[in-house]
Ligand binder design. Sequence first.
Ligand code: NAP
Length: 414
Amino acid sequence: MFDSLNIPTDGQKVQFLNGKAQDTPNPIIGFIEGDGIGPDIWSATQNVLDEAVRIAYDSNKQIKWVEIFAGEKAHKKTGEWLPQQTTDFIKEFGLAIKGPLATPIGGGIRSLNVALRKQLDLYACFRPCRWFTGVPAPVVEPQNVNMTIFRENTEDIYAGAEWEAGSEASKEFIALAKKHGKILRDGSAIGLKPMSEFGSKRLIKKAIEYAIEKKLPTVTLVHKGNIMKFTEGSFMEWGYELAKEEFGAQTISEKELWDNHNGVAPAGKIVIRDRIADNMFQQALLRPAEYSVLALPNLNGDYMSDALAAQVGGLGIAPGANFGDNRALFEATHGTAPKYSGMDKVNPGSLILSGVIMLEYLGWTEAADLIEAGLEKAIQDKQVTYDFERLMTGATLLKCSEFGNEIIKNMKSA
Ligand code: NAP
C-alpha cells in the first residue's frame, strides 16, 4: 500500500497503550512539508529535531522520517490535494507532523486542514500557550499566561452546514422552525452547528486527563450556554457530568468547592468550572494566572487559541497538535504566508515547538527540554527572525535556517 513512500526498514511503528505512545527507539514518523513557507520552516525544524535527539540519546534513538504528501506538492505529483495514501499512512503509523497548507482554490476541498482532521478523526486540537522569556508581547505581564487549550475538532461549525438566504433549503428550515414554535425572519441565511454528548465528552476527557497527568489545578469549560442552551450549554453540562462519573476521585466542581470547602480545593483535586466565552476573553487578559487548562467547543476554541497566542507573542511561535485515539498530527498553527515563500525568512518556531510536543508525546522529554531551552536562549540573546527583530531593540536579524542553527548551537553548548 505504501510502496512509493520509501518506508525505512530499520524503523518501527509506534505502538499505543491506553492512548499513550509507547517508547519506540526508531519511530517511523510522517512529515508533510507544507506549501508557501512550509519547506523553509520544515527544513529548519527537521534539523533541530534530529540534532536534539542525537544530543539527548546519542545513537540510541533516531526518528525515521517518511515524506507524505498533501497540498500543492501532492497535487503536482498525483493530481490530488490530499491523496488517500497520506491519510492511510497516518492511520497505519499513528504520527505525522506538517507545515501549513494552502487552501486550494476551486479544488473541491474547503480546507485541507479540516479535511485531515475529519478524515483522521483527530478530535482534540491541543494548543499550549505560554510565554518564552524575551518574546515581544503586547501585554504587560505575558509571563502570567500559561494555558493549554483543548478545542473540539470535529463538531460545531466544523460539522456545520449553511444555506444561502432565499434558497429552497433555507426556506424549508424557516418553515420547519415555525412548525416547532420558532419564528425566524423570512429571507434569512441558515446555519447549523451540531454538538453531541459523545463528541463533547471525549474532548473534555482528554483535557481532564492532561490536567491530572500534569498536576494542574483547574479545567475550565468555556461556552456560550447562556444563549445557546442546547449546544453550548450542554457542552458545559456534559463536562460536569463526565468529571463526576469518570474522575470523581480526582476532581471537584467549583460549586461544590464553594458549598462545602470555603473555596479551597482539597489537596490533589482538580477544580472543574465553567466560564461564558465572552467573560473568558476578559479573564484571559485580566487574570490569566488563574487559568491552566481550557476545554472549548470548536468555534470558541478557534478564537481563544489565536487570542492567547497573540498575548504571548503571536502565531510565529504558537505550536499545535491534533489528537485522535492512537494517532496525532502535529502542526504549525499559522498559514503559508505566500509572500515569504522560498525567502528563508520567517520564524520556524511554531513548527519547531510543535515538534517539541511530538517529542513529549513520544516520552522523549530530554530532547524536548533541550529544544525549548535552546529556543528561549536564542530569543534572550536577541538572535531572532524578522518578526521579532522588528519589535526588539538591538536584535540581530537571522534567516529562518539561521534561527534553527542558533537553537542547535545553544543545545550543543548547554
Ligand atoms: P498566514 O499565512 O498565517 O500569514 C499571515 C501573516 O502572519 C504573515 O503575513 C506574517 O505577518 C505572519 N506570519 C505567518 N507565519 C509566520 C511565521 N512563521 N513567522 C513570522 N510571521 C508569520 O495567514 P494568511 O495569509 O491568511 O493565509 C495564507 C494561506 O494559509 C491561506 O491559503 C490559508 O488558507 C492558509 N492557512 C493554513 C493554515 C494551516 O495549514 N494550518 C492555517 C491558516 C491559514 P507579516 O506580514 O506581518 O510579516
